[in-house]
Design a protein around this ligand. Structure first.
Ligand code: CAA
Length: 380
């Protein structure tokens, strides 16, 4: 692996760091507590170009590489992962999928406004009975000639409340199994499309997650992404890259918690000395630093492979597995180092611990990442 950290990468990293500090940090505790989405901040992210980072400028994007994207993801996630997940779904699932596999007509109509920051997208794969076992789609898209008739329910959809456009995965021909599944673009205003109530979640509370209900929704045939039956493969291909974004998010959460724990250990005294002077605390911090740096390098490796046009599905799964599990360990240790203060909201680390948990679940649980890694290993 040879990757260069250019001046442009440093500038993007700094811009994301400054944005997180000035625009996200001030209200982050209140937004988490009251489950308020950071709408004004998402608007700023759109204006700053964070919502179309990797997309070709001819479709309204910034044409940046995946390394730039993961650097920005990490910085924003240090402060408010509920904001970075909006960016992650939009960049690496929705925009990337459309740019690589949709028709030119779809790109002009849907990708351009999303990549240029006017509109928001969501990705609807999960269902009440199809989470990890994603081929078991019950939502149906019946071929009616020039449109599909969409019926069913999607669950756990990130960005659902804010999104203008949804990529919806649905079964057209059950007898063909995963080869009978399609990916369709559904607009917010289509008749028969409704949002369920927001989930009351443990973490990432400022990112609103809803179910989607479709009752006889007519979706034009031209809104299908790729050939008939490509929808499942399409969603897997999108998730390969999405997992790199979530891995970067997990590194950011871990680094944010480590920074706070390190700072606290320099301010708080016990038994007559600063916490960091106790070897028990210093060793914890050292392990947190070493593990987070290792996770970061796995994320950068996966990003480099993607930019180099090489296979990155195993590398993305490894990065997500290691970074998410590390985020859970590091945030738990950060709460422990803060003692009683770590358990109260003003000190941020309890929120980070709750947020970290989701990185082990969405875009494929840690167990799903192990399936992806094991299959690649056996295949050789
Ligand atoms: N990359 C490319 N193609 C893949 C793939 C990958 N990582 N994984 C599977 N495929 C392809 C296979 O090659 C196969 O295609 P062919 O028949 O053409 O060869 C097809 O998909 C079916 O594959 P499998 O037979 O391996 O399918 P499976 O039922 O055994 O399961 C799985 C595969 C990896 C477990 C898959 O179901 C999976 O990834 N599940 C997790 C789903 C997930 O991550 N959901 C997250 C929801 S989205 C989200 O969280 C977004 C958000 O809002 C934040």
């Amino acid at each position: 692996m040879i990757y260069t950290f250019t001046e442009e990468h440093s500038m993007i990293q700094q811009a994301a760091r400054d944005f997180a500090k000035t625009e996200l940090l001030p209200g982050v505790i209140e937004r988490d507590e009251k489950a308020i989405a950071p709408l004004a901040q998402i608007k700023s992210m759109q204006e700053m170009g964070f919502m179309g980072m990797m997309c070709d400028p001819k479709y309204g994007g910034d044409g940046m590489d995946t390394l730039s994207y993961v650097l920005a993801m990490e910085e924003i996630s240090k402060v408010e992962p509920a904001a970075s997940v909006v960016m992650s779904v939009q960049n690496s699932l929705v925009n990337w999928g459309i740019e690589h596999y949709a028709s030119e007509e779809i790109k002009q109509k849907y990708l351009f406004p999303m990549a240029s920051g006017e509109k928001i997208g969501a990705f609807a794969l999960s269902e009440p009975e199809a989470g990890s076992d994603a081929t078991m789609q019950r939502t149906t898209a019946v071929d009616m000639g020039d449109y599909y008739l969409l019926n069913g329910t999607k669950n756990w959809i990130t960005n659902a409340a804010e999104a203008d456009y949804f990529i919806v995965i649905a079964q057209t021909n059950a007898s063909k199994g995963h080869k009978g599944i399609n990916a369709l673009i559904v607009e917010k205003g289509y008749e028969g499309f409704a949002l369920g109530p927001a989930e009351n979640k443990m973490g990432m509370r400022a990112s609103h997650t809803h179910s989607l209900m479709f009752t006889d929704v007519k979706v034009p045939k031209k809104n299908r992404i790729g050939k008939d039956g490509f929808g499942f493969k399409f969603s897997m291909l999108c998730l390969n890259g999405g997992r790199i974004g979530i891995a970067a998010q997990a590194v950011g959460i871990a680094q944010g918690a480590l920074d706070l724990a390190t700072q606290y250990s320099k301010e708080r005294k016990s038994f007559g000395k600063y916490l960091y002077k106790h070897q028990g605390i210093a060793f914890k911090l050292a392990q947190m630093e070493a593990d987070t740096e290792a996770a970061r390098l796995l994320v950068h490796k996966a990003a480099w492979l993607k930019d180099a046009g090489k296979d990155y599905s195993k590398a993305g799964a490894i990065a997500k597995l290691m970074a998410a599990d590390n985020a859970m360990r590091v945030t738990t240790e950060a709460v422990q180092i803060h003692g009683g203060y770590g358990y109260v909201k003003e000190y941020h680390v309890e929120r980070m611990m709750r947020d970290a948990k989701l990185t082990q679940i969405y875009e494929g649980t840690s167990e799903i990442q192990k399936i992806v890694i094991a299959r690649a290993l056996i295949k050789g």
